[in-house]
Design a binder for this molecule. Structure first.
Ligand code: ARG
Length: 272
């Protein structure tokens, strides 16, 4: 069956925690279970494949984090910006993501080599308004929201990330269908919280507490009314149901050890 959405994924054949570039990785050096990672990834892929065409890119030895395709770059229409990773450990992924975008028919947008930008990990389209939420502070440079406005012609809302455990915007904020916003307020500075509150009415905001946030509930994939996530409390699941969504828990413990979960393992290739 052909779907309207296409999602880029990369199998965890060479996935593991072999360096430390975020706090989650610190206590999990060489501590992932490869078979379990493969099973968890297969389960996520099966869920996604009910709503979207899954486009696979080949895994690469020596690049364990390439499984996190949200960091490939950012697409809008036929244009793609390829990420510029802040850490040396991930820079080797860039040429493979460049090839994946070209193979899927995207035109690559010029981006300065020296401006760190970690793609859809830090840039998320609002699902009700023509607005791009852009996180900075850890990986993506503070100049990126302005640069994205120039390059893509889309208004941005710049959010300053302040908690190193929530180093990418997609670890603590998820725009949902209908303009709902699932997010962890404590991951942002006061000005960013004020900005969020000015853009999203109270009845559309779904703030989560620290217990839910550390399950990476905000690192969710919203497809066809389903919200796929590693974990969420009963209360949060009830809140999502009340807003018309169907939360689906798909455990991703092995990827959490690297600081990623459902959303990080996917990239929507159809964005208008
Ligand atoms: N270990 C990876 C890193 O620190 C995890 C990336 C998770 N991706 C994401 N979009 N949040 O870069």
């Amino acid at each position: 069956m052909a779907f309207d959405q296409k999602i880029l994924m990369c199998a965890p054949t060479y996935f593991g925690v072999s360096y430390v570039i975020n706090p989650w990785m610190e206590s999990h050096f060489n501590d992932t279970d490869r078979d379990l990672a493969q099973k968890q990834w297969d389960n996520l892929r099966t869920h996604i494949a009910q709503h979207a065409d899954v486009v696979l890119m080949p895994p690469q030895p020596g690049l364990p984090d390439i499984v996190f395709t949200a960091n490939a770059g950012l697409v809008l229409g036929k244009s793609a910006i390829v990420s510029r990773f802040r850490s040396k450990e991930r820079q080797g992924e860039e040429p493979y993501f460049d090839v994946a975008f070209k193979e899927n028919g995207f035109d690559i947008v010029d981006w300065p080599q020296d401006v760190p930008f970690e793609g859809a990990g830090d840039a998320l389209f609002d699902r009700a308004h023509e607005l791009l939420w852009v996180g900075h502070g850890f990986r993506t440079h503070a100049s990126v929201p302005g640069l994205l406005e120039q390059k893509l012609g889309r208004a941005t809302a710049a959010l300053n990330l302040v908690d190193p455990c929530f180093y990418h915007l997609d670890t603590c904020l998820c725009p949902l269908t209908g303009g709902y916003l699932l997010y962890f307020p404590a991951a942002f500075d006061a000005a960013s919280n004020t900005l969020i509150e000015s853009k999203v009415p109270a009845d559309k905001r779904i703030p989560v507490d620290a217990d839910d946030a550390v399950k990476f509930c905000c690192n969710a994939v919203d497809l066809g009314g389903h919200v796929y996530m590693n974990g969420a409390s009963d209360a949060l699941q009830a809140r999502l149901r009340a807003a018309g969504f169907t939360p689906v828990i798909t455990p991703l413990s092995e990827f959490m050890k690297a600081g990623g979960a459902a959303k990080c393992l996917t990239l929507k290739l159809v964005e208008a």
